[in-house]
Design a protein around this ligand. Sequence first.
Ligand code: BDR
Ligand code: CA
Length: 301
Amino acid sequence: MKKVILDVDPGIDDAMALALAFKSEKLDILGITTVAGNLPLETTTQNAANVLDVLEGKCKVYKGSEKPLEKHLRTAEHIHGPTGLGYLELPEIKENIAQQDAVTFMAEQINRYPGEITIIAVAPLTNIAKLFKDYPKIDEKIAEIIIMGGAVDVKGNVTEQAEFNIYADPEAANIVFSGKCGKTLVGLDVTLKVLLTAKELDEISCIKNKVSDAVEKMTRFYLDKYENVNKLAGCALHDPLAVGVAIQPDIVKTTPMYLEVVEQEGENRGKVLKKAQGEIIKVCKGVDSDKFLRYYIEALK
Ligand code: BDR
Ligand code: CA
């Protein structure tokens, strides 16, 4: 089993990603760390705890960064709803929220299992950047970071140039991109090819178990936003795909690249640029979307 830490900002697709991770027998989930992103930190942390309870996960939720390294927080309730989980209403669970903070937890686990841990980061990269800053050379002890973020050869989704997670904290992204560990970027180049439509959602609604029912309620809201706000035929499974890559790496095709993120204020802030040298990042350029969609639905059964 692959030892993983899930760094999230739930958020509907984050919660959908958690559902996939906890349904998989290939992942040993050490903990969930939270960060401000789609919603403020208190909400993302509470949502993670409530979702973890539905999934009957045995690990804990570790609260992380309240705001990006240098700039203001910009949230995304217009896509995820005021509570962050669309139409899903869950009881508030406090018991599975740990006292320890996210960065200390990550460092402790990485030092305990050097070279073994994969971080699946599907939110702004603030926690991981702080980890690299506070614990020099800890990056060398991480097996891999799978990052949902960036738009390399396609348009952005927050601005013309930038994707949400990278735009939210470009300074953090640059720190993480220069880390000396395996790095895979699951960006809009592939996630916008994995669209869940009303047809698949109807299939999910027929499964009828606790997890599929919860996913169905959230996704109905998310699909509506994608159809009406983003004008797409389905909703993009951004964060679930990053979990899918951890479980089954051959679901995507990658190209090695050196990347940096524009930090300068202005229309290019958050844009991912290719550069001539640096630390290699495996950038996902192709995806077997049908296979992944089938895999996601089967996992909920
Ligand atoms: C990313 O932005 C967030 O809104 C989603 O949860 C996902 O992580 C997609 O750009
Ligand atoms: Ca997310």
